[in-house]
Design a protein around this ligand. Sequence first.
Ligand SMILES: [Zn+2]
Length: 140
Amino acid sequence: MNSPSSNPPLEPSVQTYFDQLSLGHFLIQHCTSCKTHLFYPRRFCIHCSEDSLEWVQPKGTGFVYSTTTVRRKPDAGGDYDVSIVELDEGVRLMSTVQGISPEEVKIGMRVRAHIVSAQSEQNKVVFRPEDSSAQGEQHA
Ligand SMILES: [Zn+2]
């Protein structure tokens, strides 16, 4: 009787971020007050504390800031990459680089964002090597 009926509501800016992501839009915030970009979504600018944040579409390109290979048994899906990517807008996000083996992911490598949808999972932003994007369409 006492169990919660649902998850606690997300902070509104985080909710907006995931709503847009589920529509296939990867958006970050831009502060119109101090002209910097922000990620992860929040209500107030971390730089100037103003709430003058607008949603903008990043170029989607950036570079691998740090990378780790997470070991996993082959029958569990095999090793995978966890990287922190710095977008050209200057914000960093934790994601994964796909399309190459985890060992091939190198710090400084140019990457491009793609939105992937997984069954029964929230859409998410992953990255692929930038020069491989010329040959493929975006899978959203
Ligand atoms: Zn600001």
